[in-house]
Ligand binder design. Structure first.
Ligand SMILES: Nc1ncnc2c1ncn2[C@@H]1O[C@H](COP(=O)(O)OP(=O)(O)O)[C@@H](O)[C@H]1O
Ligand SMILES: C[C@H](O)[C@H](O)[C@@H](O)C(=O)COP(=O)(O)O
Ligand SMILES: [Mg+2]
Length: 475
């Protein structure tokens, strides 16, 4: 494993640093470091602690050295939309305010005074989430216009970590598309849109595609950490990397299941038709210029908050077991209501909605968890129906990737509800997609097709049908 590559995957709930290398055409992984990623409050805003996260990245690199690894490259991916701004002296002008912060409340509606929803979708193809970068920047323009004027560099979070490692300033394509400021067809920053909104377009950097070799780690940093390696751009939007790791995309709907559930398909062109707009699907940029035609579903964020509300006295698997035992409980809620984005108390919010909709109110942890999982299933089914309506075809398979694919109850529920074959795995799809993108850049894997073949034979996948579950290609 000594000659390997390192994937740093920082999701909205946890981060991990995983070393990977090819051995006899199998991808071997070694988890080096795992850490929590929790929101902090700074100046009244929910923020990400970017310095703590950068220190975790450096800790993970030191651990690689301590294990005698000599990685050739490192690639970083995180969640989307969030950013920092730097001034002409490369000093941080802003905190990394989180997409769950309330600063974007009402901003999307105000932006529609400058450009219609239809035109914005026609140009960008990006779903309307109130926290998209476009609305975050518009909010900043209203509250602190001088900050936007002083900014000389706009960096999304992986871009910023890459800058700290190499001194190089670029915006990576897949994550840039999540801003709703990139033209879906030119794949460039939409300067007309920025002018329309009066947002300083000079601060946006060159957009580089995933697979680009950014450069070597800064010499001083290499000395500090005791490791020299190249920094490569994977799909730095974590979901972009996760989709790379879907072993078989043909005839498959994927669900990237983590803090969010991203349900969609891989497509060679953007689908900006009215029906896609009405159903609020997105066309985020993918590896090798594919498009991720997908929809955000609130996801396992809800059970993360339920777990936190119970003071972490139950593990995720215990909550699944308790939900499985609460088989008689049947209340379901609309998980995609913005009220679940950041409620004071998720359990109470769920109970309130059940009351408001004259349903049985969940009381036990099992009933609360079952309500979450059943309701996620309803939202997945709805999105699946919408995808099949737009494609005018039935998809054979659903591939659930990410930490959520360990939820056997939800996997079986999806198979039973949809009647489709459900493949679960790989768990660390994002890190795997990140790694194979690096190995392609280093010439160790030919292309994404070969990478997906390697992934399909390297990791244990579980198959669920309405008739039950079975293991397959256990390595
Ligand atoms: N053992 C488990 N059983 C069931 N679900 C699990 C298990 N481990 C993790 N999960 C689910 O996976 C989710 C985290 O997935 P992950 O892909 O790591 O998220 P992110 O990348 O957003 O941080 C958790 O919220 C939890 O619901
Ligand atoms: C805010 C975005 O919708 C979010 O980043 C989503 O695109 C995503 O990538 C979340 O990944 P997780 O691994 O944190 O669920
Ligand atoms: Mg993730």
């Amino acid at each position: 494993m000594s000659k390997c590559s390192i994937a740093v995957d920082i999701g909205a709930s946890s981060g991990r640093l995983i070393a990977g290398c090819l051995q006899d055409n199998n991808l071997k992984l070694e988890e080096i470091h795992r850490f929590e990623n929790n929101l902090i409050i700074k100046d009244g805003h929910y923020c990400w602690d970017v310095h703590a996260l950068y220190n975790e990245i450096k800790t993970g690199i030191r651990l690689c050295r301590d294990r005698g690894l000599h990685p050739e490259s490192i690639g970083i991916d995180t969640w989307a939309v969030d950013f920092v701004l730097l001034d002409e002296k490369n000093r941080l002008l802003t905190d990394a305010i989180a997409y769950r912060d309330a600063r974007t409340d009402g901003m999307m509606e105000e932006v529609f005074n400058f450009i219609s929803k239809e035109r914005l979708y026609l140009e960008t193809g990006i779903q309307f989430q109130k926290f998209n970068t476009i609305y975050q920047l518009y909010s900043l323009k209203k509250s602190n216009p001088e900050v936007l004027e002083q900014a000389t560099s706009f960096m999304m979070l992986p871009d910023y970590f890459n800058y700290l490692l190499t001194g190089k300033k670029v915006n990576e394509y897949t994550n840039a598309t999540s801003t709703q400021l990139v033209n879906a067809f030119t794949k460039k920053w939409d300067e007309d849109l920025l002018d329309l909104l009066g947002i300083n377009k000079e601060m946006f950097l060159e957009i580089k595609p995933p697979g680009s070799i950014l450069g070597d780690m800064e010499t001083e940093l290499s000395k500090e950490l005791g490791i020299e390696m190249k920094v490569i751009l994977p799909a730095t939007h974590d979901t972009g990397s996760a989709v790379v790791a879907v072993p078989e995309v043909d005839d498959t709907v994927y669900i990237s299941s983590g803090t969010w559930s991203l349900i969609g398909v891989e497509n060679p062109f953007p689908i900006c038709i009215t029906k896609a707009l009405d159903y609020n699907f997105t066309n985020e940029g993918g590896f090798s210029y594919q498009y991720r035609f997908l929809k955000n579903v609130m996801g396992l964020w809800m059970i993360q908050e339920v777990k936190r509300n119970y003071n972490d006295q139950y593990s995720f698997s215990e909550l699944v077991e308790l939900a499985d035992k609460a088989s008689e409980f049947g209340a379901k809620i609309n998980v995609d209501n913005d009220r679940f984005l950041k409620p004071e108390n998720m359990i109470e919010e769920i109970q309130k909605v059940c009351q408001e909709t004259n349903q049985e109110v969940p009381g036990t942890p099992g009933e609360v968890a079952k309500c979450v999982f059943d309701s996620l299933g309803v939202s997945y089914q709805k999105a699946l129906d919408q995808i099949e309506e737009i494609y005018e075809k039935e998809f054979k398979k659903i591939n659930i990737i990410g930490g959520g694919c360990q939820n056997e109850m939800l996997n079986q529920l999806i198979a039973d509800k949809t009647g489709k074959e459900v493949i679960a795995g790989p768990v660390e799809a994002t890190a795997i997609g990140n790694l194979v993108s690096q190995l392609i850049s280093l010439g160790k894997i030919k292309d994404i097709k070969e990478a997906r073949n390697i992934i399909g034979q390297s990791f244990k996948l579980k198959r669920y049908t309405a008739a039950g579950r079975e293991e397959e290609n256990v390595t």
